[in-house]
Design a protein around this ligand. Structure first.
Ligand SMILES: *Cc1c(COP(=O)(O)O)cnc(C)c1O
Length: 290
């Protein structure tokens, strides 16, 4: 049985079983809120500042005021990890609009709620490869709900995920409104062709992943060629290598899409270099215990 860690809700800690929010919270009623997924490795929180910055940017875009300064927010995350004695952890931060009326008007929700859940999470793909389908459910259009906002509204990604489940694969690749490759349901995508690493740009309607940026930086450090440009399904099908990146997934080699083998069906050489280098830097973060 997994350990039951205390959950932070609005400045107080609750045992897992008692960690509850109101049914009148608009995060529950309307998916009105934002979130972050963060990892800690060997006692250090990886890219904490970047995750907090993105959280506040998501909140600003939906006009949600987080009732805590960035500094106090980081302290609250570190405190929650300390309280739960965690060194290697997955941290889920949720800001919901808070309690309001049954109508959707957010101005009737006086105070946002802050939730910090910490838990142990196994590496999802270490030593394993991912398989995927191209989902028929597309990513949100930027004019409907900008994918750069990491919002609580994930229903279209969940529909794509259901397609992946039905197809018996790990992940669903979502296209944007132009029919080019966007990302997975909760991770970004990269391909490698003729030695060049390619990943869709922010203009392709993706969530700008922090792991994606880490991989771009790692590639530059290794003097590998990397470009941000649109990728077609045809290019993915014919890539030499492909992989997903995300906080939960880390770097996951993608070896099969819609039944087509990518490269030789094994993690490619560039993917391997990036995974090795990622493992070296992931423990360099903000210390929990100092
Ligand atoms: C969170 C997320 C990612 C990955 O972002 P990271 O910052 O690397 O964890 C990619 N796509 C979607 C849709 C996401 O929600």
């Amino acid at each position: 049985m997994s350990k039951e860690y205390d959950v932070y809700i609005d400045g107080k800690y609750y045992p897992k079983k008692e960690a509850k929010i109101s049914v009148f919270d608009h995060g529950f009623l309307y998916g009105d809120g934002v979130f972050e997924g963060i990892r800690a490795y060997e006692g250090c929180v990886f890219k904490l500042n970047e995750h907090i910055d993105r959280l506040y940017e998501s909140a600003k875009s939906i006009e949600l005021i987080i009732p805590l300064s960035k500094e106090d927010f980081k302290k609250a995350i570190l405190e929650t990890l300390k309280r739960n004695n965690l060194k290697d952890a997955y941290i889920r931060v949720v800001i919901s609009r808070g309690i309001g009326t049954l109508g959707l008007n957010p101005t009737l929700c006086p105070k946002a709620s802050i939730i910090i859940i910490t838990d142990y999470l196994e590496p999802l793909y270490e030593g394993k490869n991912a398989t995927a389908i191209i989902a028929s459910t597309s990513r949100n259009s930027v004019t409907a709900l900008n994918p750069m906002i990491k919002s609580l509204n994930y229903l279209n990604n969940i529909l794509a995920r259901i397609e992946a489940n039905k197809a018996g694969v790990n992940e669903a690749i979502m296209l944007n409104q132009n029919g080019t490759i966007c990302e997975g349901t909760g991770d970004n995508i990269f391909i490698v062709k003729a030695g060049i690493i390619i990943t869709p740009p922010s203009a392709a309607a993706i969530l700008l992943g922090i792991t994606r940026q880490v991989v771009i930086d790692l590639a530059k450090d290794e003097s590998l060629k990397i470009v941000e440009r649109s990728i077609t399904v045809h290019e993915l099908n014919n890539a030499d290598e492909a992989f997903f990146t995300g906080t939960a997934a880390e770097i996951a080699p993608l070896v099969n899409v819609d039944g087509r083998v990518i490269g030789n069906g094994e993690p490619g050489p560039i993917t391997r270099i990036l995974i090795e280098n990622f493992k070296k830097i992931r423990k360099c973060g903000i210390p929990i215990y100092s």
